[in-house]
Design a protein around this ligand. Structure first.
Ligand code: MN
Length: 253
């Protein structure tokens, strides 16, 4: 199997190394990642600047750093690093959760989405650690992916669909299992934090403190909080099919 490994935390991120090593049990790995951290860039694509691709010295793997975003890395990875012959794109392991609607902000998930758009299976992998500054158990993620990647690759999946995997940030033995789960909700309070610079000029930091996890049982948010790995199929087709008929009736009249 020809595997492209990318991320949004950048070429130097420890989670990238963990994922590449877990994937290597299943095939040949090539790494193409942003040359610096590009988290929360969503499905952005570089169109007004050139993409520079630098070879990176990485024992055991061909690796490249790209002066762009995760989506750019997937396209460079498939077309250049794998010369169009890529079977699987893995994105991560992200240093933080990508649960619920946060997936829309996620560069990690966007890389897997770009793979699906290219007709290649894409899997986004994140460590769901919620405490800022706490150590991240990438060994748990690598261990779990090493054991379960075969199943994730062979499970039937429709076109234009990718898998979003969140792994609880605990010791490997504390993982209780896997649950296929729909997207839940994470609720934030005051996304903008007001500050003043040393000259008294106002500015804002955007991030937001999560105040409430979803109490909808069975969602990705809920199962991860119960120390299960969540696996969510995500469709690139954002059409709300449930609304189509009612909308046609209302607007075609
Ligand atoms: Mn990230």
């Amino acid at each position: 199997m020809r595997i492209l490994v990318t991320n949004d935390d950048g070429i130097d991120a420890p989670g990238l190394c963990s994922l590449a090593e877990a994937a290597a049990k299943y095939g040949e790995v090539r790494i193409v990642a942003p040359d610096r951290e590009r988290s929360a860039c969503g499905h952005s694509m570089t169109m007004r600047d050139p993409l520079r691709v630098a070879t990176v010295d990485w024992p055991g793997f061909k690796a490249y750093a790209v002066s762009g975003l995760p989506v750019d890395c997937v396209n460079v990875g498939i077309q250049v690093a794998w010369e169009g012959q890529c079977d699987l794109v893995l994105s991560g392991i992200n240093a933080g959760p990508n649960l619920g609607f946060d997936v829309t902000y996620s560069g990690t998930a966007a890389a897997a989405m770009e793979a699906a758009i290219n007709g290649v299976r894409g899997i986004a992998v994140s460590m769901a650690g919620f405490v800022s500054g706490a150590p991240i158990h990438f060994e748990t993620g690598a261990n779990w992916m090493g054991e379960n990647l075969g199943a994730l690759v062979t499970v039937p999946l429709g076109p234009l669909t990718f898998l979003n995997v969140n792994i609880p940030n605990v010791e490997p033995v504390e993982i209780r299992g896997m649950r296929v789960a729909p997207m839940g909700q994470r609720i934030y309070e005051e996304r903008l934090e007001f500050r003043e610079d040393p000259w008294g000029r106002p500015y804002y930091w955007q991030g937001g403190v999560q105040v409430l996890t979803s109490d909808q049982p069975g969602t990705d948010v809920a199962v991860v909080s119960q120390q299960f790995v969540s696996v969510t199929p995500v469709s690139v087709d954002w059409t709300s099919h449930a609304e189509l008929d009612a909308l046609k009736k209302a607007l075609h009249a």
